[in-house]
Design a protein around this ligand. Structure first.
Ligand code: GLY
Length: 370
């Protein structure tokens, strides 16, 4: 299966490599060797995916031209996604003799890849890094496009850099053991991608998720529909790679990928303060429904559009109802890191597969939705 590439002009700056099983990471790493030098590989992995680590380790250790130099385990939580953790990673690289030729290989979900990518980006002013994402969310979003970083205070991803991984290796099999809630969290980002650019995949993704939602044995459903899942993940990766190629540093088009996220970040902040347990993907799902409602309110989308989206999401098993009044979200929205002078670039929908950015204050959005 052909790689999907992210470009800067004509130059390939990141490859998205697809394969079956973790052993395929061997080929992707082997392509990074060259000039007759051994490639020293330092693995940073999420302690939740310990079961995959020994396989990746033996794959790396078994290939000529690669040297496995050690592994660092991280307990991936939003609370632990801090500068301290990144500095600890950098300290570990230093203690283990990582030089400027080092390759950091991050194995895990988005929290792990965001932090490992950031650590690799600042260690010795930047060493090479690559990702093996093990969650649906990281396969379709977090591990593609080079956003790295950590949370600061109560603000998500406030400190970081955009720097591309050499490759992102994606295999769908790792998703079959993912807890359903985590899978659905990623599914919200999958559906989001096709709401931004449909390519015929929005309906396919909703149908797939409705099948999963209705299946008594979820693992058997995922195993039986492995090919369809791979096609969906690949299509989402391709949409995202195209957007990042056109706007790597988010000065324009890349903002579209924040569909649902202004609301979602406010929902997540409220949830943290209230001690409620809402995942990022769940908040994004609710946030997309709110974005659709706002789109109808300002006359951008036709009447009935948000209800149709609501029905699709419910059938797909995605959460749709925000538990907080919109007035409570307004303050957090106005403090969103993407707000400029109190104005927010809301990503709204004119129809399925077509988004537009409209500037508005949080208060105006809240009053329209009240
Ligand atoms: N997660 C949105 C982006 O990568 O731009």
């Amino acid at each position: 299966m052909e790689d999907i590439c992210i470009y800067d002009g004509d130059a390939v700056i990141s490859r998205i490599v697809f394969g079956h099983g973790l052993s395929g990471v061997a080929g992707a790493l082997a392509d990074c060797t060259g000039s007759g030098r051994t490639l020293p590989v330092y693995m940073i992995y999420d302690a939740h995916v310990e079961e995959f680590v020994s396989e990746v380790e033996s794959v790396v250790s078994g290939i000529g031209g690669l040297e496995f130099c050690g592994k660092y385990s991280v307990v991936a939580t939003e609370e632990g996604k801090t500068m301290d953790t990144v500095l600890d990673m950098a300290g570990w690289l230093l203690e283990n003799g990582a030089d400027r030729n080092a390759m950091v290989l991050a194995v895990g979900g988005g929290i792990t890849t965001d932090m490992a990518g950031f650590a690799a980006s600042i260690y010795k002013r930047g060493v090479r890094f690559a990702y093996v994402p093990t969650t649906l969310l990281s396969q379709v979003d977090a591990a593609i496009g080079g956003k790295t970083g950590v949370n600061y205070d109560s603000y998500k991803n406030m400190i970081g850099v955009i720097r591309q991984p050499e490759f992102t290796y994606i295999c769908p099999e790792v998703l079959e053991t993912l807890p359903l809630r985590d899978f659905l969290s990623g599914a919200a980002e999958l559906v989001k991608t096709f709401l931004i650019e449909d390519r015929g995949f929005y309906r396919r993704s909703v149908t797939f998720l409705a099948g999963l939602h209705g299946a008594a044995d979820k693992t058997a459903f995922l195993k039986g529909n492995r090919h369809e899942l791979l096609e969906l993940v690949r299509a989402a990766a391709s949409v995202k790679a195209g957007i990042v190629t056109r706007d790597q540093f988010e000065t324009g088009e890349r903002r579209k990928l924040n569909l649902g996220h202004t609301f979602a970040h406010a929902i997540e902040k409220n949830a943290r303060m209230a001690g409620d347990d809402i995942t990022h993907g769940e908040a994004v799902s609710m946030g997309m429904v709110m974005a659709a409602e706002l789109s109808v309110k300002i006359g951008l989308a036709r009447n009935g559009f948000s209800e149709a989206l609501y029905t699709d999401f419910r059938s797909a098993g995605l959460p749709v109802d925000c538990p907080y009044p919109v007035s409570e979200l307004a303050e957090a929205m106005s403090k969103d890191k993407k707000a400029e002078n109190g104005t927010i670039h809301f990503v709204l929908l004119s129809s399925q597969g077509h988004v537009e950015i409209r500037d508005m204050t949080a208060d105006r959005a809240a009053s329209l939705l009240a």
